[in-house]
Write a protein that binds this ligand. Structure first.
Ligand code: FES
Length: 110
């Protein structure tokens, strides 16, 4: 899969140069640019899904891209349920994909 990242010199909206950063996603080093969201960094490398639904283990990534749908949840530096589309990536961030189990009603066995 090819990268979807547009180089700064070819970006007609913001042609400023930006500094490269590196984060880890499920243990793999992923490179992005300073100022990108975590979702932007992941999508820039061609990754489209990093969360899996509770009921059918279906892949999810960015759906709304504006912080409304919560489809893009990841764990960042040990903090679960972070919206990847809303969190700016910081060099050295440790990001993990998420799969949450279905909630169990109180009093019922798991
Ligand atoms: S993509 Fe909808 S909240 Fe992030």
């Amino acid at each position: 899969m090819t990268s979807r990242r547009l180089s700064a010199e070819n970006d007609p909206i913001r042609p400023d140069t930006t500094s490269p950063i590196a984060i880890t996603m499920d243990g793999a080093v992923v490179e992005g640019l300073e100022g990108q969201s975590i979702a932007g960094v992941l999508m820039g490398t061609g990754m489209l899904a990093w969360r899996f639904t509770s009921s059918a283990n279906r892949p999810r990534g960015v759906f709304c891209g504006i912080g409304v749908c919560f489809d893009c949840l990841v764990t960042v530096n040990g903090q679960p349920d972070v919206r990847a589309c809303q969190r700016r990536a910081v060099a050295g961030d440790t990001v993990l994909s998420q799969h949450d189990e279905l909630p169990v009603p109180p009093g019922e066995p798991r």
